[in-house]
Design a protein around this ligand. Sequence first.
Ligand code: CS2
Ligand code: MG
Length: 408
Amino acid sequence: MKITDAKVFVGGPGKNYVTLKIMTDQGVFGLGDATLNNRETLPAAYLQDYLIPTLIGMDPRNTEDIWQFFYRGAYFRGGPIAMAAYGAIDMALWDIKGKLANMPLYQLFGGKSRDGALTYAHAAGADLEDLMDSVSRYVELGYKAVRVQCGIPGMPTASYAVPDKKGGAGDYITDFSGILPTMEVWDTGRYMRYMPDALAEIRARFGPELHILHDVHHRLLPREAAEFAKAVEPVGLYWLEDPTPAEDQDALRLLRQHSTVPVAIGEVFHSIYQCNKLIENELIDFIRVAVTYAGGITHTKRIVDLAGLHHVRTGFHGAPSHSPLSMAAQAHLNAWAPNFGIQEYLVLGTPECDALFPSDHRLEGGLFHVSDAPGLGVDFDEKEAERYSYSPGSHPVVRLEDGTLWNY
Ligand code: CS2
Ligand code: MG
């Protein structure tokens, strides 16, 4: 069996999905996602210029060898752009494998460990009351877990994931007005003084059952993160996400010495080598990698298995930039993984998105139900894809009040 051709599409309804389609000499095709938010054209070019020409003629069933070929064969290994490109190939090859076996991918991993996977959505508010309204809307929709972010009184600008006016929560993650970033101004002191009580009020309003998550988005220093974690401990958070910048695998020691708050890290990691010490030293409780830029299913599964040895559960990244293809790959891993925790999932199902990526994966009562169709269980309508093209976007850049550049 041979790979005969592969094509890359960039675009989508209000998104820049990078979709790879791999064709074979037996008529079976596979789909994969290489969407690296706000840098989408780069994995697309890496695929087009370097990987696809090499891929033609390979046996698509050799998922592992093809992964090793690209990773080890590159000499300059890894990085998020390359890993997103390998990830798309890997997803597409698993899709082919599932279709050949006539089985949904979760069956190839070891079958289902659960019927529905717990998901969380993003609640956000310009202020605390606005956030409470947003949480209520998700609770009414049946979500059992919600991430909460709110405006901080006196903060010079809106900060991470917070709308600048009430009721304004939308797709705040990417600004599609161009590649020039807007600026957020951050004040750690104001955040640390306000947020613990705000979280306690949310807990008081919604009671003990709701899983409450909060994302610090890498903004604190290790000592500040330890103090903050201690302060929010009575809230009983499901997790505290990215309290410190992710590069420093030792930064979490101090937090661990001072608090038992569950910690989730890893949405920017693209390799097992960026989280192996965090996992082996049991400094985190949830690993947040995404199949898209952590090298696809083959590499992510390796991370999940390592995590399982150390009581670390999964909480795969699922920001709105992820395509239905990567969310499907994660849904199959979530259905199988013995150490599954939770899945970030923001309903992608607009009519336009469903037309582009038809599937019967579905969200019900805050649980994600994986499709039983062979492979990833997602199709791609190339005719629909012709309606879309790349549109440049950006993340904000963060500065302190004195102008010092800070972590987004
Ligand atoms: C985030 C992301 O989902 C999350 O937890 O931290 O929304 C992140 O800001 C985006 O993925 C950046 O592209
Ligand atoms: Mg995050």
